[in-house]
Design a protein around this ligand. Structure first.
Ligand SMILES: [Zn+2]
Length: 353
């Protein structure tokens, strides 16, 4: 990160050396200048130093000698030499070149900072495993008795999503919380993700994959959960989750702090792709968020996908079919990829605000 900044400063310096050499021309009155830069001015007439304050940046400058260049320091980091403002009759006049130079610098800084936002790692969490089978149901499919276990469905989809992401994002860390029939605890799953070192503008995604169960055999369809922060200090009432009881302790082990927006966007992105790929085969139960008591920090956008109900015959047929498991996997992959691309393109969604 530091190396990038140094390089960036060198580029800025070259850029503005050029602007500086282009000489003096027209000038603008103070009010015009401020409205052009959308800035406020703090000015010390004795020291002839000032600060232009925009919404996100501070530009300090000093008039050493009028009609020469003056140093402009942006955010205490970048120094540019531009034609000095003129102080006359108690007001300032800014050369047009200086204003154009500052505008260009602010644009470059914004672009540069946005490009620093990236998803550094993606953690795929196939739910359950080992002694914990997750939901189990028996069905007769094609005249054969089939025992569908959630842990196998989630591992199959998890592995496929992992392989697709690994191929698509070789520069990112793609991790699985389990790769075989083992049983990491919920704490271990979250700590795998939390142990990944991150830079200042980097984020991790945590995607937990599950399949649902219900006493109501007609309950069916996929759904995507995200964590709602408004209620994060409230204890979950598991009675409210008749069809989703298993979600409660899992969500309890994941936390969402300032990542709600990202979690919602990621959940929507995945849900949208499930609609596209599987919407004609099984119903969407939509986006879900409820009142979580979160006991531990998973400092990242986190979502939980329920592929379908193992207890429902139609859903079970799909989850027992490798072609459909591939469709589920590809939909998750596309949803995650769309989110990553949007996140990185918009500088962590900063340009949407
Ligand atoms: Zn589960």
């Amino acid at each position: 990160m530091k190396r990038e900044r140094t390089l960036y400063r060198a580029i800025l310096f070259l850029l503005f050396s050029f602007v500086t050499l282009s000489g003096f021309g027209e000038e603008m009155e103070l009010q015009q200048t401020l409205s052009r830069l959308t800035a406020k001015l703090s000015w010390d007439p004795l020291l002839k130093t000032g600060m232009l304050l925009t919404e996100k940046h501070r530009i300090s400058f000093t008039i050493l000698v009028e009609d020469q260049t003056a140093p402009f320091i942006i955010d205490n980091q970048y120094v540019l030499y531009l034609p000095a403002p003129r102080y006359n009759n108690g007001t300032l006049y800014f050369p047009s070149e200086t204003i154009a130079g500052l505008e260009q610098a602010l644009r470059t800084i914004t672009t540069n900072e946005q490009s620093l936002y990236r998803i550094a790692a993606i953690v795929i969490d196939p739910g359950h495993g080992g002694k914990d089978t997750g939901a189990v149901a028996e069905h007769r499919i094609n005249n054969k008795k089939v025992t569908l276990q959630e842990k196998n469905v989630t591992l199959s989809v998890g592995k496929q999503v992992y392989d697709l992401l690994l191929a698509r994002f070789p520069e990112k860390r793609i991790l699985m919380t389990r790769t075989g029939d083992t049983y990491p605890t919920l704490e271990e799953r979250v700590s795998i993700a939390n142990a990944i070192p991150l830079g200042e503008h980097e984020a991790i995604l945590f995607i937990s994959i599950h399949a649902n169960a219900s006493f109501n055999k007609t309950a069916r369809g996929y759904e995507v959960w995200y964590l709602s922060p408004e209620y994060r200090r409230t204890l979950v009432d598991s009675k409210k989750f008749q069809d989703s009881v298993e979600v409660v302790p899992i969500i309890n082990a994941m936390l969402e702090e300032e990542f709600t927006t990202e979690s919602i966007l990621l959940a929507k992105s995945i849900l949208g792709q499930l609609d596209v790929s599987l919407g004609n085969k099984l119903p969407s139960r939509g986006l879900k968020a409820e009142e979580w008591f979160v006991v531990r920090n998973a400092k990242m956008p986190s979502v939980l996908v329920e592929l379908g109900f193992v207890t429902n015959m139609q859903d079970a047929i799909l989850m027992n079919d490798s072609a459909y498991l591939q469709k589920f996997s590809e939909a998750l992959y596309k949803g995650i990829t769309d989110f990553v691309n949007n996140f990185e393109k918009t500088g962590g969604f900063t340009t949407l605000q």
